[in-house]
Design a protein around this ligand. Structure first.
Ligand code: CP
Length: 310
């Protein structure tokens, strides 16, 4: 049987993305559709999470599946030295879908190679976060009415930000213009700049971040400087407050500009921004439920037609 794991969505066709957006929209219109009665979804979180784990578990529940899993690997046999391979093989005996977050880059790919049960990558180290990307695409599509020809500003930790890397690659087919704003220590890695060059994706790098900078922006994608990715905490202290968005910086923005953030935030978006009509990060997180219902169905081979019948 074909393994329908979702390790990355970077190579998905426009048709496939559109289909997933339509599925997410169907779930937004009606989240409770008992398509997965009798199925079990496992959520294995080797790294902390609030939104991703809870929205996947809510998605599974709303689809009528049962959920097993863990949010703290210390309470599992991996703390006794069990390998990832053995853990995945064991859980494959119990579950129909495995949603996994892991601190190692490439862990989801590896897991998908040792089991026939579909794996959904819920974030692997600083590599990729495809389910976040799907909800980001859905949020962009909902707010802009299109994914085409948008000015997308990415701000903060562009080095370790897996949501950034995933989104950048998945926008390849939509002629985006990227502006990368990051401190020197956290700038976009060379491999992603080369990816842009190879795929004719326009980008520029800037260090300024003020009212004027944001004039032409359609999507402002803010990110947290991730303390947990630094081995040198002095370096974290130096860069953690490099870019902070305040409400008074939004005066010259396009009316339809929307601020996204994968969350959690620390202090890179001040609380006064939450009341701005440009703020969209909480709705974005809500969209995660619908996007993840779509992804769970997709890995189980359940398409839009079947969804609409329930
Ligand atoms: N956006 C995101 O991945 O959030 P969590 O770490 O809370 O899952």
């Amino acid at each position: 049987m074909e393994n329908r794991s979702i390790v990355s969505i970077a190579d998905y066709s426009r048709e496939k993305i559109q289909n997933l957006l339509d599925m997410a929209a169907a779930f937004e219109a009606k989240p409770n559709r008992k398509l997965l009665e009798g199925k079990v979804v496992a959520t294995l979180f080797f790294e902390p999470s609030t939104r991703t784990r809870l929205s996947f578990e809510t998605a599974a529940n709303r689809l009528g599946a049962r959920v097993i899993g863990f949010s703290d690997p210390k309470a599992t046999s991996s703390s006794k030295g069990e390998t990832l391979k053995d853990t995945i093989k064991m859980v494959s005996n119990y579950a129909d879908v495995i949603v996994m977050r892991h601190y190692l880059e490439g862990a989801a790919q590896y897991a998908s190679e040792v089991t026939d049960v579909p794996i959904i990558n819920a974030g692997d180290g600083s590599n990729l976060h495809p389910s976040q990307t799907m909800l980001d695409l859905y949020s962009i599509y909902k707010t802009q009415g299109t994914l085409e020809d948008l000015n997308i500003f990415m701000v903060g930790d562009l080095k370790y930000g897996r949501t950034i890397h995933s989104l950048l690659m998945s926008m390849r087919k939509y002629n985006p213009k990227f502006t990368f704003i990051a401190p020197k220590e956290l700038e976009m890695p060379e491999e992603y700049k080369e990816y842009c060059q190879k795929n004719d994706i326009h980008y520029e790098e800037r260090q300024d971040f003020d009212e004027n900078t944001l004039r032409d922006c359609d999507i402002l994608y803010m990110t947290r400087v991730q303390r947990e990715r630094f081995s040198d905490l002095m370096e974290y202290e130096r860069v953690k407050d490099a870019y902070i968005l305040r409400a008074d910086m939004l005066g010259a923005c396009r009316e339809n500009m929307r601020i996204l953030h994968p969350l959690p935030r620390v202090n890179e978006i001040q609380y006064d921004v939450d009341d701005s009509p440009h703020a969209y990060y909480f709705q974005q997180a809500q969209n995660g439920l619908y996007a993840r219902e779509a992804l769970i169905c997709d890995v189980l081979g359940i398409g839009l037609e079947e969804i609409m019948k329930k």
